[in-house]
Write a protein of this length. Structure first.
Ligand SMILES: Cc1ncc(C[n+]2csc(CCOP(=O)(O)OP(=O)(O)O)c2C)c(N)n1
Length: 284
């Protein structure tokens, strides 16, 4: 890992966050809180770690990334636009519009780049587990990485998939939990506490690592420390608990709170003021 790589990824994350603000401002509301918390990890995945070719998104040997927290599709939409898979104009005119391809939640039938249609929380890990099993049957060594929210893993179906993956030794399956400590309406610990999360995952026969999901160096290091996949030899699946801040970079006192969940920036002036303020903070 080089300092140049980490710096380039940090800069890309700033750009993608700005693109997310612009995109979502066009429709007046979106799930910005969870998008802002996962943005750094998504950038590290798509600009460094994943075997993903935007020119050939159906390559049978590609790594699969399943965004189980589908309400944050706008993060990937902007990454795919940046990679030339769609134009900004297409995204802006079709985001959350009737008959538009870019739904508030992603539909993989309409959009290359997505592995699954998600948005009904709790399903992505089971879908990813099916892909991991298919890779084992096909004797393929690509990785399957699923990202969930932390509120999302209050869903019982997640624990069924965790139990099955541990039991079958699906070492080609990796789970990233975006642990921003907040759900839609309050703190996860008050809604239904996950702790002791790492111990629970280990009890389900997973290996667990933790990282700071806003520290690009830590993210890159953690991802590259994952062992190579050998789909034919059962081993423990790996969960990465990514400690993040809901609404990272959102102003108005909502960063780090559930109020950022459905965030919006009301006008162009407010958007410019926001960018100026974030830029100034970054230069300090
Ligand atoms: C099955 C289901 N129930 C409820 C919702 C509505 N909903 C959308 S996002 C959300 C909160 C999810 O919290 P978390 O997983 O922590 O998401 P993040 O903070 O990462 O955005 C809820 C309840 C849904 N999409 N699917």
């Amino acid at each position: 890992m080089t300092t140049e790589l980490v710096q380039a990824l940090k800069e890309k994350a700033v750009q993608i966050r700005k693109d997310m603000y612009v995109t979502t401002q066009k429709i007046g509301y979106a799930h910005l809180g969870g998008g802002m918390s996962m943005a750094d990890v998504a950038v590290a995945l798509y600009y460094d770690y994943l075997n993903f070719d935007p020119q050939n998104p159906k390559d049978p040997d590609r790594d699969r990334f399943v965004l189980s927290k589908g309400h944050c599709a706008h993060v990937l939409y902007n990454i795919f636009v940046d990679k030339g898979m769609y134009t900004k104009e297409e995204l802006w005119s079709e985001y959350n519009q009737i008959n538009g391809r870019f739904g508030m939640h992603p539909n993989y039938h309409y959009l290359k780049g997505f592995e699954a249609s998600t948005g009904s929380l709790g399903h992505g890990l089971s879908i990813a587990l099916g892909m991991a099993y298919a890779a084992r049957l096909d004797k393929k060594n690509y990785q399957i990485i699923c990202m969930t929210g932390d509120g999302e893993i209050q869903e019982g179906s997640i624990w069924e998939a965790l139990m099955a993956a541990g039991h079958w030794g699906m070492g080609n399956l990796r789970l990233i939990i975006d642990y921003n400590k907040n759900g839609a309406t309050g703190a996860v610990k008050d809604e239904m506490d996950l702790e002791p999360l790492a111990d629970k995952l280990r009890a389900f026969k997973w290996d667990v690592v933790e990282m700071d999901g806003h520290d690009m160096e830590d993210i890159v290091k953690t991802l590259h420390a994952l062992p190579p996949v050998d789909s034919q030899t059962p081993s423990k699946p790996i969960a990465i608990i990514s400690h993040t801040i809901k609404g990272k970079t959102m102003l108005g006192g909502i960063e780090g709170t559930a109020f950022s969940h459905i965030g919006m920036i009301p006008s162009d002036e407010a958007l410019q003021a926001h960018f100026a303020s974030v830029d100034a903070a970054e230069q300090k």
